[in-house]
Design a protein. Structure first.
Length: 644
């Protein structure tokens, strides 16, 4: 899966690991976290480094309250505080302040003091409240048992504990999967002020663009590092692939020319030296791999939707109440043929609840849901446990929903969703989150729906697959209602936004960005005070100035290398032309030497022989220059490919 993967994350750096599903992103994170041993190579960091790891899935079996579970994070540092009190007492009673024992106690005290200050033990309750509120837990929920929460909320508890531990290095595997947009915004603000290093696996383009300054791409088992955010890495990736395409094409032309020369003159004794020279050159050349098209993402489009009535679905007077908790009430909403609608709202507003009611998976407390004429719908639930059977195989699960008319095409359809060969015989229980999502999307192609109800369909999908889903939904001629925390995804798909807020719904025409501007929530707007992260940035700008200076120097060095590479490539092209020209001169001289008309002209033959010797000498020099320039160009390319 991974081979010769080498990269580094510097102090305070924020890096994202990207790549298609199955590339090895989570595996790499597990190796760095120490939960999985590499087959070769090593991971190194200072011994005192504290690492915090958030896996993609976690089973938090705890009957503690959320507050008590969070306090477990501080158990060690609370013990440190007690040890400090004991050391203070011993230091106060010590008589010899120069003794080895006294100095060791003083050193230990300094370490414990540093840890208690770093973990901010004296603001423990306040920090727990800030972090958990930022993750969507109101004060009352802190008194509830962890076991009362769903899997997505338990992931939030685990994330909150990790943030409160404030480790030197944060390893986060898809931390936004179970978060809404507001919580993702808060998390981004908190992480941007984290003083330690961050290495994350993420498919959230907007989240990475705002946060990371380095991107580690896993491409067919190899690691490529780019400086900058996600969007910048895409541009650099395309530039790298274009350079590789040009290098491959140029090298193929060069190799073909050499092989043509070898094949033509292989059996001519007078050309033996030249042939051997070409053979040695070919042996020394490091073959440039042919850039491959990306085949590691899903490819599909939804079938054409049967025409429905103008009104696809109508909700009137809808409300939902759980005991004394009112989720929403008096909801009136109409969805029209062909509309692409996003349901948005803060965490707990009732987005998923309303989707389940519209999909007939949950009864409303009051009100009615009416479908238009000829409406058939497909529902994509947020949690796969609702509609996948763990004991079925991938093929069996697909066929359980597929009509007989497409059963003979089942393997082909599953292949488009990256289930090839024996993958179709996998049990549902062993599938990854991304594989389950792909299977559920594949099943949606089986019907003839004209309404898609999709609750977080992008969870666990890699970026390439999200782009495919975006395109498929844009081209789909039926109606779509979806919930998603991916801002880019929403902006590229929806034509209207319905907001659920304070138990009511409001409609906003246009894209998701238009909705943000109407609400005054565009990116340039200030964050609410309640969403301010617990950590704070340094008061002075010295660190930032130093970082800017380092970046300037790094950019200057890379610009110099790039200019050197361009100059060397120009010289290499000129050398190639010289070699080709001298080859042609040699061929012409050889033809003249073997021309019967010159056979009896000794003076002319002698002159031609002297000229041939001179040309061959120049040819050898030109070939050496070409070889030296080729090596120099490759070294410069390697230096430019190294992390800045």
């Amino acid at each position: 899966m991974l081979r010769d993967a080498s990269f580094k994350v510097d102090d305070g750096e924020r890096a994202a690991i990207i790549g298609p599903n199955g590339a090895g992103k989570s595996t790499l994170l597990k190796i760095i976290a120490g939960s999985l041993a590499p087959e070769s190579g090593r991971v190194s960091y200072p011994k005192t480094t504290e690492i915090g790891y958030l896996p993609q899935e976690i089973d938090l079996k705890s009957d503690r309250t959320v507050e008590d579970e969070c306090k477990l994070v501080f158990e060690e540092v609370l013990a440190h505080e007690q040890e400090m009190r004991d050391i203070e007492h011993q230091l106060g009673e010590a008589e010899d302040h120069e003794s080895e024992a006294y100095l060791q106690m003083a050193d230990r005290y300094d370490y414990l003091l540093h840890e208690t200050m770093r973990r901010d033990i004296y603001s423990m309750d306040s920090n727990i409240g800030k972090v958990m509120n930022g993750l969507g837990f109101p004060p009352a929920d802190l008194k509830r048992k962890c076991s009362e929460f769903s899997g997505g909320w338990q992931m939030r508890i685990a994330l909150g504990k990790l943030l409160l531990s404030n480790p030197d290095i944060l390893l986060l595997d898809e931390p936004t999967n179970h978060l809404d947009i507001e919580t993702i915004t808060w998390l981004g603000a908190w992480l941007s002020n984290h003083e330690g290093s961050i290495l994350m696996v993420s498919h959230e383009r907007s989240f990475m663009d705002r946060l990371v300054n380095k991107v580690v791409e896993i491409d067919r088992g190899r690691v490529v590092v780019y400086r900058g955010n996600y969007t910048e890495s895409l541009q650099k990736r395309e530039e790298r692939r274009e350079m590789q395409r040009r290098a491959y094409e140029n090298q193929q032309i060069e190799l073909q020319q050499m092989q043509k020369f070898i094949d033509r003159f292989r059996y001519q004794a007078s050309k033996a030296a030249l042939v051997q020279s070409r053979i040695k050159q070919m042996e020394r050349i490091e073959v440039v791999e042919r850039p491959e098209d990306d085949q590691s993402t899903i490819h599909f489009k939804f079938p054409s939707a049967p025409r429905s009535g103008k009104e696809v679905i109508v909700g009137e007077g809808l409300s939902k109440v759980y005991g004394e908790k009112r989720v929403f009430s008096g909801v009136d909403a109409t969805v029209y043929r062909g509309e692409k609608i996003a349901l948005v709202g803060v965490n707990g507003a009732g987005k998923s609840t309303l989707m389940r009611i519209l999909a007939n998976r949950l009864d409303q407390t009051t009100g009615t849901v009416r479908y238009g004429s000829n409406v058939e719908y497909e529902y994509f639930a947020q949690y796969d446990s609702e509609d996948l059977h763990p004991n079925n195989t991938v093929l069996g699960e697909f066929l359980s929903k597929a009509p007989l008319s497409i059963s003979d095409r089942a393997r082909g359809i599953l292949g488009a969703f990256l289930f090839s060969g024996d993958d179709v015989e996998k049990k549902i229980a062993v599938l990854s989150g991304g594989e389950k999502t792909r299977l559920r999307l594949a099943r949606m192609l089986c019907g003839s729906s004209n309404l898609l109800l999709m609750d977080e369909p992008t969870n666990h999908l890699d970026i390439g697959s999200r782009l495919t889903l975006e395109n498929a939904l844009r081209q789909y001629d039926g109606a779509v209602i979806l919930v998603s925390h991916d801002r880019y995804f929403l902006d590229n798909v929806v034509t209207r936004v319905i907001e659920i807020s304070d138990g009511q719904v409001r409609s906003y025409p246009g894209k998701y960005t238009d909705y943000l501007h109407m609400k005054g929530l565009a990116e340039s707007g200030a964050q609410p005070a309640a969403a301010a992260p617990a950590a704070s940035a340094p008061a002075n700008g010295a660190g930032a100035t130093t970082a800017r200076d380092e970046r300037k120097r790094a950019n200057s060095d890379r610009n110099r290398l790039a200019n050197d590479l361009k100059r060397t490539q120009r010289e290499l092209e000129a050398a190639e032309e010289d070699v080709a020209r001298l080859d042609e001169e040699c061929r012409e001289l050889e033809n003249r030497l073997h021309d019967p008309a010159n056979a009896t002209n000794a003076e002319e033959l002698a002159r031609l022989a002297r000229t041939m010797e001179e040309v061959r000498s120049r040819q050898a020099a030109a070939e050496k220059q070409w070889t030296d320039l080729q090596i120099a160009a490759e070294e410069l390319e390697e230096q430019l490919a190294e992390p800045a």
